[in-house]
Design a protein around this ligand. Sequence first.
Ligand code: ATP
Ligand code: MN
Length: 468
Amino acid sequence: MDKLNRVRIADILKMQSFGQTINVKGWVRTKRGSKTVSFIALNDGTIIHNLQIVAELANFDEEVMKQITTGACISVNGVVVESFGQGQHVEIQAKEIEVLGTADPLTYPLQKKGHSLEYLREIAHLRPRTNTFGAVFRIRHNMAMAIHTFFHERGFYYFHTPIITASDCEGAGQMFQVTTMNLYDLKKDENGAIDYTNDFFGKQASLTVSGQLEGELAAMALGAVYTFGPTFRAENSNTPRHLAEFWMIEPEVAFNDIFDNMQLAEDFIKYCVKWALDNCMDDLAFLAEHFDKELISRLQSVVECEFVRLPYTEGVRILEEAVANGHTFEFPVGWGTDLASEHERFLVENHFKKPVILTDYPKEIKAFYMKQNEDGKTVRAMDVLFPKIGEIIGGSERESDLDKLSKRIEEMNIPMKDMWWYLDTRRFGTAPHAGFGLGFERLLLFVTGMANIRDVIPFPRTPNNAEF
Ligand code: ATP
Ligand code: MN
């Protein structure tokens, strides 16, 4: 076969001039035709649309044509011609075809159209070849680009926090342990406690649940930073919004208070959603058509509306009023309790009909590092609540006062023996600062309209599932 430059299908479909001979490579989606001609729908992942390849059977070996089945990979040299068929304006008149890889129709798992999302999860190694997951993963890439661009344009530095950590201040109970010890031969001391001195790090170590504490160290030097990395939580909750391994974006900014923090969160999400509308419309249109008719209007409304800012106390009052008026929730609601997803969604979807930033939560249900309010009861926490999702962002202004912070740590019985370095930020040149964590997959749930978080990450890790 003649060696020609390969052109991506995304670029071929944009061509306005015809007659040139090019090479295209991709995977066969379907083949149909008559006794004299075959029409092959080819996809190379660069765009959701397929390219039509027209092959006059008289010009090709019958054995080669037989191998061109759904899932096979082929390389085609051919002429770009104007198409008068439906749904496309260019097609390729094939001159030479080489089969790079066959796919036996009897065993290729993606034969039939319209597989369920549940079935596709079982073949997560092949699901990127479907229209749905091609769209989701192209959008996933675009959201990562949007995030880095947003922060870079605003002078934030991308800071890499460790994935292995020895501090368990936040995630006690839901951390995955990291060890090289022989679990069949564990050494214990006289009290029956495990002796970690011979373990790899000389102490107990785990996978991180958040890069925030190290992010704060960086903010006290570089001013404005963000992390964007994998995060691990061994929470045994089988919900459509929780993964054991997910990606989190955590900006941390010196001199920001909670109001600056809320504005940053709002600007940030709007920027990402607008990026999707500006750059991913083909994929969004496909997902809207197949899964969620209101997807695009929902994205547009988030970009245009102003997020509500509401104190927790006020939010609880609205929920209690709803209960008094006959609305039933599965979980009880009252001042001091953490809100369940159903409560968050009620505020967003039923009451305000737009995103809500809930602030000033009771200190008992929030982390030790949040700035304490004058009232002695609440802290400067902020959760951003979204339609269909519930919590998409959790953040706060941080407690910058060493004495107040230390007292809170004692009250909460947090083992801080390994945290001297964190408290040093408050000992030396402490400053007001604030930050938040955005769950990358929660953002993707919102942007793609997919209903289950397992369908917006290539290889989901959940309880009892770490295949692929
Ligand atoms: P939730 O109440 O939904 O479990 P959280 O309060 O534990 O969330 P944070 O600790 O504030 O969440 O983490 C910051 C963000 O990370 C959350 O707002 C959410 O977007 C995301 N997140 C938290 N846990 C998970 C998880 N298990 N899987 C995916 N994303 C998560
Ligand atoms: Mn959680």
